[in-house]
Write a protein that binds this ligand. Structure first.
Ligand code: M6R
Length: 625
């Protein structure tokens, strides 16, 4: 995915676009660039452009070299890239310019038929400057504008180009002859319009313009929007009139900035009590679980006889916990699938299947395509999502929003915890609809859920001990994470955080599976994290994991044990013991995950990876399959 900004108004477009890209750099940081509608030495309209490979700091240095005067103008487009087609180089950076230098474009997504279009452009004698799929759009627009039935007509030319593109894209077009306009289009990737006074904004997300306006417009699939100082006009791809959906943004600028922490991720880790609390708010009233936009009737909900959970990465790990909760509370089978695999193996779905699609961004292409597949099979889709108005909830039958606030750090922390809480709300709502739990049982579980934010705070307050542990641990090359029951998804999440942040090989296993192969990996001093279930829960599980710890200690492993306060049985087997407050078995992941987040941050820093918000090769949401 990439971050896109567009601006038409009275401010200097360069500075505005730079600020917007700074706030959207989490969307990709392989390169960045800005194009501004300005004038040449003779005062004739031209487009001036600057772009650079690597993080935004490189672009800023380049601007300082050439001087801001070269980039004056109050209409601008900007882009921060997560590379798909073509390496992260200067020439592959966006914006891309047409052969005649009159058109500039930025693009997020993939133009799937770019190879055919590229050949056609080359045959017309134009030499393409990049290896990207995006550049074709700039040349096609110039062709359409310079000649033929749409000649001289910016709008008609843009529509003609869009008609030829296949794939998923957000595209912004700027033409030197129309310096007070930007034409933009979206198909399956995000684009939000910001409405100011005598100024208009475009952004991949609201962070692009939140500093200037909270009034925004959501666009539909296959919408085109034309912005100028005077306002905006929404069209369909065929040129007919369409309407956007105005809304007011409820995030503020501070929420999109670091708030005194040295990284967004640390800020987000400390926001976890609020993320869980805010996600729960309003979902239990008069002894009943309440859902928000829920277009699935109670009759349909009652008739659900199986659940499929689809998600990627951390969201997938939260989905594993949904499986435990729903099977336990609702007594119906739950299957969970990594979203990228789901539609390629012909899963058996019907109208009695509930598909739970979990996504922080609501943009993840793998999850979105899985949702679309589920819908073609007649299943009901319920999205758990953190981003209002994003594509996955829009295409789902129902949505339960997590209220974690903007998550900027690429590695998911507070959104993960909020997803787990939301999944449990879904589980309880299903148990209520299907009558598999009595109201007082639901109430009792709800009360334990409501205690979680306070307990999360207690874990956060004791993070110093993890810092000390990480210092003592020193340099590690590999680490294993073990758990049983609901501790297994926690182990997977802990391993993922370490891989993402510290670039260290890490794997999560069900502790009982170790002896079937992975135990061969254990060698002297290998650090192994073990997530121990509550001794007050399933007794057998607790004693089994204690045996598993002994097995690995006997082979030289150093154990980092996450266990409940007062669990003295594990103390003799822990090289390091991290305690978390008491909780019911199903709630424990909401606490046990947090020390593993800190562990990953501290080890990453010890390895010299200070930019924990932007781990290498990653992007916050992945809008390509
Ligand atoms: O936006 P989504 O929740 O759909 O994103 C899914 C994954 O890409 C995401 O959770 C990813 O694994 C995170 N970087 C994990 O920290």
């Amino acid at each position: 995915m990439c971050g896109i900004v567009g601006y038409v108004g009275n401010r200097q477009g360069l500075n505005l676009a730079l600020d917007a890209l700074r706030r959207m750099e989490y969307r990709g940081y392989d390169s960045s660039g800005i194009a501004v509608a300005g004038t040449d030495e003779q005062g004739d309209p031209v487009i001036n452009m600057v772009k650079h490979a690597g993080k935004l700091a490189n672009l800023e240095a380049r601007i300082a070299e050439i001087g801001e005067d070269q980039l004056r103008g109050t209409t601008a487009i900007g882009h921060t890239r997560w590379a798909t087609h073509g390496r992260p180089t200067d020439s592959n950076a966006h914006p891309h310019m047409s052969f005649d230098g009159r058109v500039s474009i930025v693009h997020n997504g993939i133009i799937e038929n770019f190879a055919v279009l590229r050949t056609e452009i080359e045959q017309a004698g134009v030499e393409l400057k990049s290896e990207t799929d995006s550049e074709v759009a700039a040349h096609l627009l110039a062709f359409a504008y310079n000649d033929g039935p749409t000649a001289g007509d910016f709008r008609a030319s843009a529509l003609a180009v869009l008609d030829r593109l296949e794939g998923a894209f957000t595209l912004l077009f700027m033409h030197a002859d129309h310096p007070d306009q930007i034409i933009a289009a979206r198909r399956s990737t995000p684009l939000i319009v910001g409405v100011g006074e005598n100024e208009m904004f475009l952004g991949s997300d609201v962070a692009a313009f939140i500093e200037f306006t909270k009034e925004a417009v959501e666009l539909d699939q296959d919408n085109v929007v034309i912005i100028s100082r005077d306002g905006y006009e929404v069209l369909n791809f065929d040129g007919s009139a369409a309407e956007g959906k105005p809304f007011t943004i409820d995030w503020d600028l501070a929420a999109a900035e670091k708030g005194g922490y040295d990284s967004f991720m640390m800020k987000e880790i400390f926001e976890q009590p609020a993320a869980v609390r805010d996600t729960l708010v309003g979902h239990f009233s008069d002894g009943r679980v309440v859902l928000d936009k829920f277009d699935i009737s109670n009759t349909d909900l009652k008739s659900i006889n199986q659940v499929f959970v689809i998600a990627c990465g951390s969201a997938y790990h939260s989905g594993l916990l949904a499986k435990y909760a729903i099977e336990h509370w609702v007594r119906i089978p739950v299957q969970i699938e990594v979203a990228s695999e789901f539609r390629y193996r012909d899963p058996v779905l019907d109208e009695r299947t509930l598909v739970l699609a979990i996504s922080q961004s609501g943009e993840t292409a793998d999850t979105l395509e899985a949702v679309r597949h589920a819908k073609t099979q007649g299943a009901k889709v319920l999205a758990v999502c953190n981003t209002n108005g994003s594509q996955i909830p829009r295409e789902s039958d129902a949505v339960l929003y997590t209220h974690a606030g903007p998550e900027i750090g690429v590695a998911s922390t507070k959104a993960f915890l909020a997803q787990v809480a939301a999944n449990y709300i879904v589980g309880l709502a299903l148990a209520q609809a299907k009558g598999t739990k009595y109201p007082d049982e639901i109430q009792e579980i709800w009360e334990t859920l409501e205690e979680i934010p306070g307990k999360v705070q207690q874990v956060l307050d004791s993070q110093e001990s993890i810092k000390q542990l990480s210092d003592e641990l020193g340099r590690v090359d590999t680490m294993l994470f073990l758990g049983r029951g609901v501790g297994f998804p926690v182990a997977l999440e802990g391993a993922l955080k370490l891989k993402e942040l510290a670039y260290i090989h890490a794997e999560g296993f069900p502790a009982g599976e170790l002896k079937h192969g992975p135990i061969a990996l254990i060698e002297e001093d290998l650090p192994v994290v073990v997530v121990v279930p509550s001794p007050r829960g399933v007794k057998l599980l607790h004693s089994k994991i204690v045996s598993n710890i002994q097995e690995i200690r006997a082979r030289g492993a150093k154990t980092i044990v996450i266990a409940e306060e007062g669990d003295t049985a594990v103390e003799p087997y822990a090289n390091w013991l991290i305690t978390i407050p008491e909780s019911s078995t199903i709630m424990q992941p909401l606490l046990a995950t947090i020390p593993l987040q800190f562990l990953a941050v501290n080890i990453a820093r010890a390895c010299g990876n200070d930019d924990i918000d932007k781990p290498r090769n990653l992007a916050k949401s992945v809008t390509v399959e």
